[in-house]
Ligand binder design. Structure first.
Ligand code: ADP
Length: 609
């Protein structure tokens, strides 16, 4: 039973989790909703009821088996016939018990699997709906952790652990009752040890809980380090910082090891102490029982049964103490999960008006904005401009001025602090995001492709036929290079598109944008140099994509700026100059200085603002 106890402890530790801390590093106390936690199992009520019935039968057999053990001993002292009969009954009891144990375990685990599958889907649905600012604050690793391990902990707690709880409580009560009937005096001797064990267990539980928490926190630090390094392995390699990263991770692990060392001692010590008490109790019962047998007041069989019940009670107690930890952990996990499930996104992903034949005009009026993740820095400070349908507006200006922020706000990734953004004359916050985002396509400098086929990447925003995909790829100058691949449109692009070159990725991204047939196109011109051939193909695709659409482009090339209907110079969160290329040159302001500086620098690969 010590072995089983150890296995439970190991599982227990694997499951432990990080807590949420407030800004002072103190754990945040939140209301525990046990009822709600248990209600997660409601859809599985039928299966759980059947499982519980099986549990009753299997526990029943476990409870009476030791009784027949004793009877076997006594029967052996009488006759072979009696022995055979009793052994047969014992065999039957074990047989029935095993079948029902199997059913119980199967049904409980099955209901747990169903529950966790449901919980994960619900939780993911809730996470994916959150506004972009939420993801600026919450780390991806933590969110996926909630999806994988927090849900697992809850699953265990409300199915497997619940079943273990009822089984052990039943076994303790049942065993004690049978023991009492067998011999009240002997039971009294045994029960005198229980309070000592319980007190020790509670004290120990407290110590271990604190140590484990500390251990988990240290381990979480190490995981963060590992996750960050492994997900940016190219950067690590580039700066040859493998050793540094290893050292960093190593020192994090050493810190967790320091706590782990103490934990090992405390756990070992507990095993020793509990061992002495438990075996002491057995020795005590054995001595007292032996004395009764010697005085012919007790049969050897009953003493045997009694000893087995003693072991059973001890084991059940040990299991109960490990369950307590599991439940506390599940409570923590459920608080985090409910928080996330209940969170209403500040910007909904659907709902609002859809306007038939909306004009593709875009207007910013006095827009102020601060990123929620950086509340002390106002990024846009009163931005106003208007693009008429079919016009091209080029945003230029120094890096960090707020150009990308402006573009992101047209997708309503964030809402303004004050001011308005209008699409076709309608306040963006009144439009159905599901709908208006279909009218807009964005091609960024470093487009994100998904680890699937080229075809699936192009048709990412819209279900469409292969013909439509090919048509879009042709328009985006991507068809030729795609046909050059052995698997053509089924070629897998790898994680984040690593198997394609920069120019290829961009053309796939342009095809993906074109297939939506958007009325508004948001472009972030690449600053990184492509080879001349690629550059030409990408530019041609972009020029083609811009035709007949309202375009807002973060421009880095002089040709783009020249052809734009309006050039807006964005600096420090404001539009400092606005007009056509010629008008702005004539103004002799920031724009002219930018252009001249670029010309003097003699940039070879277009003009980079
Ligand atoms: P530009 O596109 O002109 O280079 P950006 O719009 O990217 O400028 O950035 C404007 C400012 O907003 C910068 O100070 C940048 O640090 C900040 N910023 C950009 N994105 C975020 C974000 N997700 N969270 C917090 N601050 C951001």
């Amino acid at each position: 039973f010590m072995q089983r106890l150890k296995v439970f402890r190991v599982l227990h530790r694997l499951d432990e989790h990080y807590r949420e801390l407030d800004e002072n590093g103190k754990p945040i106390k939140k209301k525990v909703d046990l009822k709600r936690m248990l209600s997660l199992a409601k859809p599985e009520a039928g299966l759980i009821t059947v499982a519980t019935l099986c549990l009753l039968v299997s526990s029943g057999t476990t409870m009476i088996a030791p009784l027949f053990f004793g009877k076997v001993v006594d029967a052996a002292l009488i006759s072979m016939e009696k022995l055979n009969l009793t052994i047969l009954i014992l065999g039957l009891i074990y047989g029935v018990g095993s079948i029902f144990s199997f059913l119980r375990a199967w049904f409980f685990t099955l209901s747990g699997q169903r529950l966790v599958a449901r919980l994960r889907k619900d939780l993911f649905n809730s996470v994916i709906k959150q506004e972009v600012a939420f993801f600026d604050v919450n780390r991806t690793g933590e969110l996926t952790n909630r999806l994988s391990s927090d849900t697992q902990v809850i699953q265990n707690a409300i199915t497997v652990n619940m079943s273990m709880l009822s089984r052990n409580i039943l076994q303790i009560i049942g065993s004690l009752v049978i023991m009492f009937v067998l011999d009240p005096a002997l039971t009294g001797v045994l029960l005198s040890v229980v309070p000592i064990v319980s007190l020790g267990a509670v004290q120990y539980g407290y110590m271990v809980k604190n140590l484990r928490q500390k251990f988990q926190d240290r381990l979480a630090d190490a995981s963060t380090t590992a996750e960050e390094a492994l997900s940016s392995i190219r950067t690590v390699r580039m700066f040859t910082s493998e050793k540094k990263t290893s050292q960093h991770y190593g020192s994090d692990i050493d810190k967790s090891y320091q706590v782990g060392k103490k934990l090992a001692l405390v756990q070992g010590g507990f095993d020793g102490v509990i061992g002495i008490i438990a075996y002491g109790a057995i020795v005590l019962v054995l001595w007292y029982g032996g004395k009764l047998v010697n005085e012919k007041q007790l049969s050897p069989g009953i003493l045997t049964s009694f000893l087995l019940y003693t072991l059973q009670v001890a084991m059940s107690f040990a299991m109960l103490s490990s369950l307590y930890g599991d439940f506390m952990q599940a409570v923590g996990a459920s608080i985090r999960i409910f928080d996330l499930m209940d969170r209403k996104p500040e910007i909904p992903i659907e709902g609002g008006s859809q306007i038939v034949d909306m004009e593709g005009s875009v207007e910013f009026q006095d827009v102020f904005f601060t990123y929620p993740s950086r509340p002390d820095t106002q990024v846009l400070k009163g931005v106003s401009f208007k693009v008429e349908p079919g016009q091209v507006v080029a945003l230029v200006g120094p890096s960090g001025g707020g150009k990308s922020t402006i573009v992101n706000m047209i997708e309503r990734f964030y809402d303004p602090e004050s001011g308005w953004i209008r699409l076709g004359g309608n306040d963006l916050t009144t439009l159905d995001p599901q709908w208006f985002r279909q009218q807009i396509s964005m091609v960024s400098q470093e487009p994100t492709l998904f680890a699937c086929s080229i075809k699936d990447n192009i048709s990412y925003g819209k279900d469409c036929t292969l013909e439509e995909v090919v048509e879009a790829a042709k328009q985006a100058n991507a068809h030729n290079f795609i046909m050059g691949f052995e698997e053509q449109y089924d070629t897998l692009v790898g994680e984040r598109g690593v198997r394609l070159s920069g120019g290829q990725k961009q053309r796939v991204a342009i095809a993906r944008a074109l297939i939506m047939n958007p009325s508004i196109l948001l472009l972030d011109e690449a600053t990184s140099a492509l080879d001349a051939e690629s550059e030409h193909l990408v530019q041609e695709a972009i020029d083609h994509a811009m035709k007949g659409r309202t375009v807002i482009v973060i421009a880095h090339r002089l040709s783009t700026v020249r052809n734009a209907n309006v050039v807006a110079v964005v600096d420090k969160g404001k539009i400092v100059e606005q007009g056509t290329h010629e008008e702005l040159l004539a103004q002799d302001g920031v724009y002219k200085r930018l252009v001249l500086r670029q010309l003097m620098a003699g940039a070879t690969n277009g003009l980079d603002f």
